[in-house]
Design a protein around this ligand. Structure first.
Ligand SMILES: *[C@@H]1O[C@H](CO)[C@@H](O)[C@H](O)[C@H]1NC(C)=O
Ligand SMILES: *[C@@H]1O[C@H](CO)[C@@H](O)[C@H](O)[C@H]1NC(C)=O
Ligand SMILES: *[C@@H]1O[C@H](CO)[C@@H](O)[C@H](O)[C@H]1NC(C)=O
Ligand SMILES: *[C@@H]1O[C@H](CO)[C@@H](O)[C@H](O)[C@H]1NC(C)=O
Ligand SMILES: *[C@@H]1O[C@H](CO)[C@@H](O)[C@H](O)[C@H]1NC(C)=O
Ligand SMILES: *[C@@H]1O[C@H](CO)[C@@H](O)[C@H](O)[C@H]1NC(C)=O
Ligand SMILES: [Ca+2]
Length: 650
């Protein structure tokens, strides 16, 4: 092998060194036509009660923007969630029942070294593979004791919000109710967002959502997971918080706590309006899917009470009753063919992963074994519903399942099994009128109407009709009631006849109960043990500049918690490789330049010298040796030629 060949080889390697990392950075832009994939926006409310959206029949807290999504889209009136924040969010992100990820028991406490297992592949990871831009705003509550558990390592390109389950709406400090540890919990990606102090959480999350939409290239599909803190309570020291001018609007509500809660709901509703309007302004709304739902029912009594109402359902958050698990939900998209209806198809929160992936054109084969079902065809065309059953949960002290119209409940938590909450219909309350036109003229209503001009036929009459259909009536007289003491004996209810769980029919339908017990047994055999852990005192923010950090990281104070390591390392490696490659190329360039100058001068000067002399053998040999040296150089490539075209001396 001669020297020029080696040079050539080295040069090629240098080029590869430079180009490979660049190609890696550019990954993901070549897959299909991105602009056809729908933008997916999930707006998750926290602890919002069934009776706290006006589309379920109450005028007490008007929610015109949420109602606009619901009436123009589909009111999902049989939508099941898990009874608490963490399990519900784990099911949304994984498409699995919490018993299949170990997340079935309780929530992640602030100092608990636990997170959604890293073996799970989450919704944003799937969507990222389909070239979505994936963004999360708001409450995570799926673990942060190590950075690998936080949103940026679980598939999100960007994050703004809190890692914990609650925070003060203005100071953004989280006081863990179990340890009383207190610390700031508000981050922009991994950076503590000190500049947010004093601003209302709902406003901050709305502003960020709108900013993301405005900054987004509409040709690329957007995934926005807006997980509002609203209307979860703040810290125990001040449960309910809203801007005073918003509270003012609800002077007709007597209970001061319910009044503040109404203001919190109202801010949430306004957020929905702003997001839908922003999508319209960016020309994205006509290719969007917007899902609004609550992660679980309201805690109307006791621990972290937010004064929400699950009326007329039984029970509150962290129970197996309908008040906890039958969640407010509505979806709107112009891609849905049969809109403006109330759907009583059984659904569960785990269905959204396969459903939204299906809507985005993803292939089912890519998803492993999950519990969620693809409901997209059912949603689009009101077709056959593949779901007949929802496992409500199997937890330490209770288990519950719904199968078609029946619900089986055995055991209970310490939370209330009663029928609680403001019915919102008190005749003594002098509420302002809430005419259906308010919905049509809301921000969301106007935006939706503007992109569905040719198909929208929603009017006041249709709104009232839909609202009537969406309202739940108990329809069981006092005489018909049959008591259920679930902690002692299993109970069975026919939810079509008795959505309020007042008539225990287990004595009449023992065969149904037996069948459901067998099904539960089957589920139990596939269940993972709950992965709950004891609190770790090292989490205490007092050790970490009064901030909640990834306290089990090797150095929680270090940049690992203030920088996104993946892209940071990726970019550094790329930059290092590029710098190395480019400098090598430059070295060769100048080397070749230097050599070619030598060659050129030889070639040009030689004939002159030769003309003076006869060609001796020595000279001929010398000439040949030049030819050998010149030949490989001639094939030495693009950039030598480039040099010659760029730098030919006159
Ligand atoms: C992608 O589809 C859109 C709309 O169907 C079209 O306007 C656009 O030109 C397509 N882009 C490419 C790169 O095919
Ligand atoms: C490139 O993208 C594909 C799918 O879009 C993905 O499977 C692959 O892991 C990506 N490669 C890198 C290095 O990111
Ligand atoms: C907080 O609110 C003030 C006043 O409305 C505003 O100027 C500021 O930009 C807000 N800060 C953030 C981080 O949004
Ligand atoms: C109320 O219950 C009765 C049976 O007691 C039934 O005939 C009727 O259809 C029910 N009404 C509604 C609105 O469910
Ligand atoms: C982390 O930083 C805080 C204050 O910023 C300091 O008090 C603490 O000692 C540091 N901890 C470690 C382990 O470096
Ligand atoms: C520590 O906290 C203060 C606010 O209390 C903040 O201004 C400062 O930047 C923090 N220091 C570090 C090293 O994060
Ligand atoms: Ca919740």
């Amino acid at each position: 092998m001669n020297e020029p060949f080696l040079l050539q080889l080295l040069f090629t390697l240098c080029l590869l060194y430079t180009l490979i990392p660049v190609a890696l950075l550019e990954n993901g832009t070549t897959e299909g036509n991105d602009s056809k994939k729908p933008h997916i926006i999930i707006i998750l409310a926290d602890d919002l009660g069934w009776n706290d959206v006006s589309f379920h029949g109450s005028d007490q807290i008007p929610t015109p923007n949420i109602d606009a999504l619901a009436y123009y889209g589909i009111i999902l009136n049989n939508h099941y969630v898990s009874p608490m924040c963490t399990p519900s969010r784990s099911a949304l992100m994984t498409g699995k029942y919490p018993i299949h990820t170990g997340m079935q028991h309780y929530v992640i406490r602030s100092a608990e070294p636990r997170g959604l297992p890293l073996t799970e592949k989450l919704m944003p990871e799937y969507l990222k593979e389909m070239s979505y831009s994936t963004n999360m705003v708001g409450k995570w509550h799926l673990g942060f004791y190590k950075h690998e558990y936080t949103p940026l390592w679980r598939g999100f390109d960007s994050f703004f919000g809190l890692w914990n389950g609650l925070q003060d709406y203005f100071s953004h400090e989280t006081v863990d109710p179990f340890t009383n540890f207190r610390g700031m919990d508000m981050r922009r990606n991994m950076e503590v967002a000190w500049d947010t102090k004093g601003n209302y959480s709902t406003d901050l999350y709305t502003k960020e959502a709108v900013r993301l939409i405005n900054a987004h290239n509409p040709d690329k599909p957007l995934f926005l997971y807006l997980a509002h803190l609203a209307v979860h309570s703040g810290n125990e020291e001040q449960l309910l918080q809203a801007p005073p001018e918003e509270i003012e609007k609800f002077s007709y509500i007597d209970d001061p706590n319910r009044k503040t809660y109404a203001a919190m709901v109202s801010k949430l509703d306004d957020s929905v309006g702003q997001v839908v309007e922003a999508l319209k302004n960016r020309g994205m709304l006509d290719n969007s899917i917007i899902l609004f739902m609550s992660d679980n029912g309201a805690p109307t009594h006791g621990f972290l009470n937010n004064y929400g109402s699950n009326y007329p359902f039984r029970g509150i958050k962290n129970t197996a009753w309908e008040g906890a698990v039958r969640g407010v939900a509505a979806i709107w998209s112009p891609l849905i063919k049969k809109r403006e209806r109330v759907s009583n198809h059984l659904m569960c929160i785990a269905d959204w992963l396969p459903t939204l992936l299906s809507a985005a054109g993803g292939s089912k084969e890519k998803i492993g074994k999950i519990d969620g079902l693809d409901m997209w065809p059912t949603i689009v065309s009101d077709e056959h519903n593949p779901r007949e059953e929802v496992l409500i949960n199997i937890d330490k002290t209770y288990q519950a399942i719904r199968n078609r119209k029946y619900k089986y409940v055995h055991g209970q938590t310490k939370e209330s099994s009663k029928w609680l909450g403001d019915n919102g219909r008190s005749p003594t309350e002098t509420r302002p009128l809430y005419p259906p036109e308010t919905v049509l003229h809301s921000k969301a209503g106007a935006a939706i109407a503007s992109v569905t001009k040719n198909t929208a036929e929603l009017n006041s009459q249709k709104i009232l009709q839909l609202r009537q259909q969406a309202e739940i009536h108990c329809n069981v007289t006092e005489k018909e009631q049959v008591a259920c003491h679930a902690s002692l004996m299993p109970c069975l209810f026919d939810l079509e006849r008795d959505p309020c769980e007042k008539m225990n029919i287990i004595a009449k339908k023992t065969y149904v109960a037996q069948k459901l017990e067998a099904v539960l047994k089957q589920y139990k055999s596939t269940m993972l043990q709950p992965n709950n852990k004891n609190d770790d005192l090292k989490a205490n923010p007092i050790r970490w500049n009064h901030t909640w950090v990834c306290w089990q990281d090797p150095n929680p104070n270090a940049t690992i918690c203030t920088n996104k390591i993946d892209s940071y390392v990726g970019k550094s490696i790329t930059i290092a490789f590029c710098t190395f490659g480019v400098s090598l190329i430059l070295v060769f360039f100048f080397y070749e330049l230097y050599k070619s100058k030598k060659c050129v001068s030889h070639v040009l000067e030689q004939p002159r010298k030769r003309s003076l002399k006869n060609k001796s053998n020595d000279v001929r040999k010398e000439e040949e040796s030049y030819l050998i040296e010149l030949r490989p150089q001639a094939f030495c490539n693009g950039w030598h030629a480039l040099y010659q075209t760029l730098c030919t001396e006159p």
